[in-house]
Design a protein around this ligand. Structure first.
Ligand SMILES: *[C@@H]1O[C@H](CO)[C@@H](O)[C@H](O)[C@H]1NC(C)=O
Ligand SMILES: *[C@@H]1O[C@H](CO)[C@@H](O)[C@H](O)[C@H]1NC(C)=O
Ligand SMILES: *[C@@H]1O[C@H](CO)[C@@H](O)[C@H](O)[C@H]1NC(C)=O
Ligand SMILES: *[C@@H]1O[C@H](CO)[C@@H](O)[C@H](O)[C@H]1NC(C)=O
Ligand SMILES: *[C@@H]1O[C@H](CO)[C@@H](O)[C@H](O)[C@H]1NC(C)=O
Ligand SMILES: *[C@@H]1O[C@H](CO)[C@@H](O)[C@H](O)[C@H]1NC(C)=O
Ligand SMILES: *[C@@H]1O[C@H](CO)[C@@H](O)[C@H](O)[C@H]1NC(C)=O
Ligand SMILES: [Zn+2]
Length: 487
């Protein structure tokens, strides 16, 4: 069976029945598992049906338009943005908002002005808002303070109601979280992340992705994710369909403690079971699996697939975890509202340069200073973000209301979903992997249908469906439950 093409690679959708028949005729039983064979125990039943259905999944590659956009990312601009943010002295959330040169208010106004400058080139497609609110006294907030986020939204050309978010936080801190006057340069944490939002806004302002993208800088992160929590709640209250949120937080250097450096890797933290899942759906995951197939994990798999390549020069180390120990990030605020949020962070952190008063002690320089930022590294992380956002915003939306049929026992698997009438949609693709595999390993193009039966046992593999655009772009996969998991 190996090496026999079930599908012509040039045709997207032969009738599925035909694939099914071909399989039954040609295959020898039982056959070896095509990928991750070592992950299957030597139980014959676990290798049935033979799992060479479809082809080994070939990662989506960047096209020429994307490569042209990538070439516009400018390391010197990234450096200038980070230097400018550092120049405000402190960007502590409680710092002054009255000065035009010092404190978080000045930083806010500068970021908003930059975004508005970029938006001018968008012919009305990018709009900049600064949604604010007064945070009353609370944990780590000692007096009522205005918290402002800067949001530059680029309207999608064909699917504007589907939104992706890329965010960094512009507030900073020193050792004492309540100290709002000492210099807190926050060059890495998180001027680096804000620089990605700004530089990508500039480059995308003149382009027309199919879905909308919001380029965001939030405040209040260090005090307790206040800015992101307010923004996520606003989106939820307005029923905005956010199909993915990315925070870039501490992406400024690959050089960690003990001078370890891994300049071509970025970590991507992705939560498992959704934080907001209903008891019934959580019970469903417990009973049939899916703990590794939440929307956040699928988003991370998507990003790793499209952006780990020589267009970015980066490896994406997906980490199956909400965040690092003892730490948090703005993606959590979006997960709390039921949105798929993920976090990029550098591979090796140096804690001498995070959340520290700027000082020299025993010959060691402490503090989050610009001199410790590697601008070439930030540039590569910006490329990872651009490839991911471009690829996802030009793909069709994720499939909706996907289920796996569980009414009868059987060796085959039937999946069903809602048909989409999107003009951009070419059809769908089934993806699958061994239950022990981290990433999708196989794919089968199945055309413009709204159900499929494949000779693969849902008991033995993990199945997913993704949308395929007429432009060839593919959405993140969705994992089927007996009833639909919210996406
Ligand atoms: C900023 O100005 C307001 C009045 O506009 C004043 O109440 C406040 O104390 C000032 N804050 C700082 C930190 O200077
Ligand atoms: C969202 O809606 C809830 C319920 O109406 C409300 O309490 C909350 O203040 C709203 N949040 C924002 C940020 O508008
Ligand atoms: C860290 O390693 C780099 C080379 O990777 C070297 O240039 C630098 O001097 C080292 N720094 C320290 C403090 O050892
Ligand atoms: C980049 O990767 C693609 C796909 O694997 C390959 O065809 C191409 O030759 C590579 N380019 C470079 C410069 O390595
Ligand atoms: C799709 O699923 C949503 C819940 O995720 C539900 O509200 C809606 O009724 C479903 N639509 C159909 C047509 O089944
Ligand atoms: C599943 O496959 C096994 C092995 O070929 C076969 O004996 C069994 O009848 C099949 N079960 C169903 C429900 O098709
Ligand atoms: C795909 O199928 C749906 C539902 O049958 C239909 O509305 C849509 O127009 C089809 N799209 C294409 C590209 O054929
Ligand atoms: Zn941070």
């Amino acid at each position: 069976m190996k090496g026999v093409s079930l599908l012509c690679s040039c045709v997207i959708a032969p009738a599925l029945a035909q694939i099914f028949d071909t399989l039954q005729v040609v295959r020898d039983l039982p056959d070896a598992v095509a990928v991750n064979a070592g992950n299957y125990v030597s139980c014959a039943n676990a290798a049935w049906p033979p799992s060479d259905v479809g082809f080994e999944l070939i990662p989506q590659a960047p096209d020429d338009d994307l490569k042209a956009a990538l070439a516009e990312i400018d390391t010197s601009r990234i450096e200038a943005i980070i230097s400018k943010l550092v120049s405000f002295g402190t960007r502590h959330t409680l710092s002054t908002q009255n000065s035009t040169t010092h404190g978080i208010g000045a930083a806010r106004d500068w970021i908003a002005a930059e975004m508005r400058k970029y938006a001018e080139a968008s012919e009305g497609q990018m709009t900049v808002t600064v949604p604010s609110y007064i945070q009353s006294v609370a944990n780590r907030i000692s007096f009522p303070v205005k918290i402002s986020n800067i949001v530059a939204t680029l309207k999608g050309s064909t699917d504007p109601d589907r939104v992706y978010i890329v965010s960094g936080h512009y507030d900073s801190r020193v050792t004492d979280i309540m100290d709002y006057t000492s210099d807190a340069p926050g060059a890495n944490d998180d001027a680096s992340g804000v620089a990605v939002s700004l530089e990508l806004a500039r480059i995308m302002a003149t382009r027309r992705p199919k879905a909308s993208i919001a380029f965001v800088a939030v405040a209040g992160e260090e005090q307790g994710l206040y800015g992101a929590a307010n923004l996520a709640q606003r989106y939820r209250n307005a029923s905005v369909n956010i199909e993915g949120m990315i925070t870039n937080d501490i992406i400024g250097s690959s050089r960690g403690e003990h001078n370890i450096s891994d300049p071509y890797t970025i970590r991507l933290f992705a939560q498992g079971p959704p934080l907001t899942e209903s008891t019934a759906l959580a019970a469903s995951r417990l009973s049939i699996g899916g703990e590794n197939d939440s929307p956040a994990r699928q988003l991370a798999r998507f990003m790793a697939e499209v952006a780990s390549n020589n267009a970015t020069g980066m490896n994406i180390a997906v980490i199956y975890r909400l965040d690092r120990f003892l730490r948090g990030g703005d993606h959590s605020a979006f997960l709390q509202q039921g949105y798929a949020g993920i976090r990029y962070s550098e591979p090796n952190e140096n804690f001498d340069h995070q959340h520290q008063d700027v000082r020299v002690e025993n010959g060691i320089q402490y503090g989050d200073l610009a001199e410790f930022v590697d601008y070439e590294y930030v540039t590569r992380v910006a490329k990872v973000n651009l490839v991911g956002l471009w690829s996802i915003a030009n793909a069709p939306g994720k499939v909706k209301n996907l289920t796996v049929t569980t009414t009868t026992l059987g060796n085959d698997s039937e999946l069903k979903w809602l048909a989409s009438d999107s003009e951009d949609l070419e059809g769908y693709e089934l993806v699958w992997r061994a239950t022990t595999a981290p990433m999708w390993s196989h794919s089968v193009l199945i055309g413009n249908v709204s159900s499929v039966t494949v000779p693969l046992s849902k008991d033995n593999v993990i199945l997913g469906i993704r949308s395929v655009g007429k432009n060839g772009y593919k959405s993140p996969a969705v994992y089927p439950g007996p009833s639909p998991f919210p996406e």
